[in-house]
Design a protein around this ligand. Structure first.
Ligand code: NAD
Length: 476
């Protein structure tokens, strides 16, 4: 596939290509251009040229284009989901969820397009003021490989509805579904140049987007270290930033919780997308009175998981997205074992032999008896490894939950309102779920505290973040 610039497929100035391989089989899925700084300039020029006419349209008209695109995505969801599984690895039912989620995001923004906001302020004898919101201009979006379609929706929906134009870079291992979706959006009525996708590495294309003087805002989702570099680069031109970074979400299960529901929540929370989700359950704290029962149930269910090629029916876990990701997980588990920092109840190894040999498979893993300060719970573990800690009371659970530099999400599983209130008030995270984890519908703001990032995606909050206020003061 080629890049999309100015509403057309483009080769890029460099002849080099990036190979996109299926992480389950190692087979070549497609090639995309290895973009360069010059391709970013070309995309920014196209976005700048399209901006005036796009920003002048009725917001409702922009919303209708998003709505038409959403309908096309729904019509083509099976093909899009298949492509997503082939480049990313996740089971096909998860890809279907993600593609439909993308359509829902566009529909949500189409739905609020009839309510463009503003205010009038009366100042008595001094006059009257009118405050309107206007778009920022050309924006940049940089996307990771773990949820490439959903995260593309989180950025494209509000940015375009607000009247901005966009230059977007997908991750090198997952550019294909993004390019297809950009084509669908173009064919739904976007003016050429409103949405441009430049493929290539973070160091060349990503950095060129962040550094380009005409780009007014950058929305980035990815690793904390990359986020810090982006913040530094973006400061040169005082760009607006949304940074959605890592997380180490705690899940607290109290002794009054519905145990079966909590077990299912922990399994989905940790093993969805082979554990490669920013708001995955990365630390499970269980009250000591129910810990044995919870751990036993978790182990039985994890040992029954089917890991394999996500295109096959009945698969619970696909491969990890890349050899590097699998190696990182493997190292942390090895360290836990070698340093006697935890007991591996099940899993804890690469999956090898037969069809597994061609892919980046890792066994779903359950670890208990974790020592304080073990890397398994102090770092973000981006893979199918669930560490379970036993706690004597809520005070300990809250204290442990807060022992992290992150603050993305957290959940508490309880029937008690007072417990809920304490967790909501005291755990440091951008979202607190009760008897649920992981779900982020388009209506609710999403983003972290502390080193999990800056700003919010989704909902009205994201729309506001892609615009700024401008005030007219009428002195009469
Ligand atoms: P990453 O930071 O390595 O890459 C993310 C994107 O940034 C890719 O497109 C990459 O090419 C680009 N990039 C890399 N270096 C760059 C640079 N110097 N300048 C500009 N762009 C650059 O992250 P990843 O490994 O792809 O993603 C995993 C991380 O993302 C995890 O930490 C996860 O928690 C986080 N994540 C966060 C959220 C959230 O919403 N908070 C969602 C998903 C993933």
């Amino acid at each position: 596939m080629l890049m999309r610039i100015g509403g057309k497929d483009m080769e890029g100035i460099d002849e080099r290509r990036i190979e996109v391989k299926n992480p389950a089989t190692g087979e070549l899925v497609d090639r995309v251009p290895a973009g360069a700084k010059e391709d970013v300039s070309c995309a920014v020029d196209a976005a700048e040229a399209a901006y005036g006419a796009w920003a002048k349209k009725f917001m409702r008209e922009r919303g209708m284009i998003l709505f038409h695109a959403a309908q096309k995505v729904r019509d083509q969801h099976k093909d899009l989901a298949r492509l997503l599984t082939m480049e990313q690895g996740k089971p096909i039912h998860e890809s279907i969820d993600e593609v439909r989620g993308f359509a829902s995001i566009l529909e949500f923004y189409a739905g609020i397009s009839a309510h463009s906001s503003g205010e009038a302020i009366r100042l008595g004898p001094a006059g009257d003021c009118m405050v309107v919101r206007e778009p920022l201009g050309v924006c940049g979006a940089i996307i990771p490989w773990n949820m490439p379609v959903l995260i593309m929706g989180w950025k494209v929906g509000p940015a375009l509805l607000a009247g901005n134009t966009l230059v977007l870079k997908p991750a090198s291992t997952t550019p294909l579904t993004t390019l297809k979706l950009a084509g669908i959006l173009d064919s739904s009525g976007l003016l050429p140049g409103v949405l441009n996708v430049v493929t290539g590495s973070g160091e060349s294309v990503g950095a060129a987007i962040v550094r380009h003087p005409l780009i007014r805002k950058v929305s980035f989702t990815g690793d904390c270290i990359t986020g810090s570099k982006i913040r530094e680069m973006a400061s040169a031109h005082m760009k607006d930033l949304t940074l959605e970074l890592g997380g180490s979400d705690p899940m607290i299960v109290m002794n009054d919780a519905d145990i079966d529901r909590a077990v299912e929540g922990a399994l989905r929370g940790r093993f969805y997308n082979a554990g490669q989700t920013c708001t995955a359950v990365k630390r499970l704290y269980v009250h000591e009175k129910i810990a044995d029962a919870v751990i036993r149930k978790l182990q039985v269910r994890i040992e029954a998981f089917r890991t394999g090629n996500g295109l096959e029916p009945g698969i619970d876990l696909g491969p990890m997205n890349s050899a590097g990701q699998r190696e990182r997980i493997s190292q942390v588990v090895k360290e836990t074992r070698d340093n006697h920092e935890g007991t591996i109840l099940t899993g804890g190894s690469l999956l090898e032999g037969g069809a597994y040999d061609a892919g980046h498979f890792y066994a779903p893993t359950l670890v208990t008896g974790i020592s304080p300060g073990a890397r398994l719970v102090t770092r973000e573990i981006f893979g199918p490894v669930l560490p379970v800690m036993t706690v004597p009371d809520l005070d300990t659970a809250i204290r442990e939950a807060n022992t992290t530099r992150f603050g993305l999400g957290a959940s508490v599983w309880t029937k008690d309102l007072a417990t809920t209130k304490r967790v909501f008030d005291e755990v440091k995270a951008g979202i607190i779920w009760v008897n649920r984890h992981l779900t982020v519908p388009p209506e609710i703001p999403f983003g972290g505290m502390n080193e999990s990032g800056i700003g919010r995606e989704n909902g009205q909050h994201a729309l506001d973040s892609y615009s700024r206020t401008k005030t007219l003061f009428l002195g009469w």
